[in-house]
Structure formats: C-alpha cells, structure tokens
Design a protein around this ligand. Structure first.
Ligand code: CU
Length: 119
C-alpha cells in the first residue's frame, strides 16, 4: 500500500510538470484528471520525453491520428502503429500522412491523448 501511494505521488508530480508545459495556465479542465488514479507508470523518470513517430492517417471528424511510433514508456506502449486522440482539432489539422513528428502521448482521464506534437 505504501508503495502504491509513492507511485501515485510520482505520477501526480509528473502531471504537474507536463501540464505546465503542454497546457495554458488557468485551464481547470484537466485539474480533475490530476486527481484521478492513474495507471502505474513503468518509468516516470523521463516524464516529458518525446517519441519519434510517422503520421499514417488523420480522421479530422474524430480527431484521431494514426501514428507509427516508437516505444512510449509513460503509457507502457511498445513501438506500434495505432490511432490516438489529438488534444484538439487544430493539432489534427496541422499534420498530414507521411509527416515525421515527435509526440507526447499521455493517459488523460482514461484516453490516450496526443498532448504535444512537434513537426
Ligand atoms: Cu499502441
């Protein structure tokens, strides 16, 4: 039990760090997510790490972006091709199939969301 509490604390600390860089200050909508119990992270030491990915396809109606991506330790995801929810419509519209990007995917309230995507 003590171990679980420690892991949760690290997760929340990581959230705070990434939230300050990935979201505008004053956004209260993700404060609720911070209080939710997260999945135990495999590795929280590189919590803002970006992962190389190639955009395979985009569905602008749903905001889903199909990525061929490297391993993402923070969500325990090995390298694979998989669709993730873009954090907003502007992000989904900003990329095209074939684009090489660097992404940060996080578990936001149970949804694997692309919170940052650098071209
Ligand atoms: Cu995956």
């Amino acid at each position: 039990m003590k171990q679980v509490l420690i892991v949760s604390g690290v997760l929340l600390a990581g959230w705070g760090a990434s939230a300050s860089s990935a979201f505008a200050a004053g956004d209260s909508s993700h404060m609720g997510n911070m209080a939710m119990p997260g999945k135990p992270a495999v590795d929280t030491s590189a919590d803002s790490a970006l992962t190389d990915a190639t955009v395979k396809s985009i569905d602008t109606s749903t905001g889903m972006v199909m990525l061929a991506h490297g391993a993402m330790a923070n969500i325990a995801m090995p390298a694979m091709t998989m669709a993730y929810k873009a954090k907003d419509a502007a992000m989904a519209r900003s990329v095209h199939p074939g684009d090489k990007v660097r992404v940060r995917v996080e578990n936001v309230g149970g949804t694997l969301m692309i919170v940052r995507m650098d071209k």
